[in-house]
Design a protein around this ligand. Structure first.
Ligand code: DON
Length: 305
């Protein structure tokens, strides 16, 4: 299909006024200030056709969606050895759970739960001289967009209240699976979670996961075809924590959510679609985001199944 505009307009109108019993995340106080009525959608196809509606040009906190980007850079730098530090199994537990780590001897189940993303940040710290700066440069290169930044207010807001992440990082370090200073790892983690993008920008930055032939303007490949396949596979099985099965069941695309209310989903060889609606369901995933995507893949027959 080459024109999605009418379709997203129709579904947007259907979903916009549906009663949403979800709640805006407020455990990071700064996120609680966002207006709950925001609702944006954007699609970018691998041929660079672009379709948007609603608040698709408003920056928001991408939170855990950034875990795809840190995983990508760590995979690039570390290769297959990465999987010695973090597993690729769905956890079936909430994103901030400590439960399985003790039995798993400090090896997180996957790179998308907080424990796994913290280990990935530690891997990046071991490779990069100035992690915050170099990670931002990486994001800007793969999206060809200099306008991507951390939100320092959100990063420090999370630093003040991030007790669980502090516990996770220390606990993993006790098993020897964090190599760097805990405060440095967490400072980097809180920053990557504070990245801000619009739906349009998000749908552009992840084109490398949809397009096998993607290279940056500088002529660099982001991931090999096989690596991109694996990242998509982890998104499909682990992108929504203990709701990953539900997302695959209802939407049928590899995807990833964040507590800022953003969801990104990939249709390999076709497009990247992003939705932003800040009210979250009980599992921490955007209620309207999931609903929109379910209707979208049903209407366009564009799930991968
Ligand atoms: O560490 C946290 O709790 C947040 N910075 C990120 C959590 C998140 O987005 C999980 N998403 N559903």
């Amino acid at each position: 299909m080459d024109n999605y505009q009418k379709i997203i307009e129709g579904i947007y109108a259907d979903v916009k006024n549906i009663e949403d019993s979800g709640k805006v995340a407020s455990y990071i106080p700064e996120l609680g200030n966002i207006s709950p009525g925001n609702f944006g959608i954007h699609i970018t196809t691998i041929d660079k056709n672009s379709f948007g509606i609603g608040n698709s040009d408003t920056k928001f906190s991408i939170q855990s969606v950034s875990k795809i980007l840190t995983l990508t850079l760590a995979y690039k730098l570390e290769g297959e050895k990465l999987w010695e530090r973090v597993d690729v199994e769905p956890s079936g537990n909430p994103f901030n759970s400590l439960l399985q780590l003790e039995a798993d001897l400090g090896k997180p189940r996957n790179p998308f739960i907080n424990a796994g993303a913290i280990v990935i940040c530690d891997v990046l710290l071991s490779h990069l001289k100035n992690p915050k700066k170099e990670f931002l440069e990486f994001c800007r290169e793969i999206s060809d967009n200099k306008n991507i930044n951390y939100n320092e207010k959100v990063a420090s807001s999370e630093k003040i209240t991030g007790f669980r992440n502090v516990a996770l990082c220390n606990f993993i370090k006790s098993f020897g699976n964090i190599k760097n200073n805990v405060d440095d790892v967490l400072d980097f983690y809180f920053h990557i979670c504070s990245l801000e993008m619009t739906c349009k920008e998000l749908s552009e930055i992840f084109l490398y996961l949809a397009d096998d032939h993607f290279i940056t303007k500088k002529g660099n490949r982001v991931l090999t075809e096989s690596q991109a396949k694996r990242v998509n596979a982890i998104m499909l099985t682990c992108g929504f924590y203990d709701e990953s099965g539900e997302f695959a069941f209802r939407v049928g695309l590899p995807g990833k959510s964040g507590v800022g209310g953003g969801i990104v989903a990939i249709h390999p060889d076709e497009f990247c679609i992003t939705v932003w609606s800040p009210k979250l369901n009980i599992k921490g995933n955007s209620y309207k985001g999931m609903l929109f995507l379910e209707k979208f893949t049903s209407k366009t027959a564009s799930s991968i199944f």
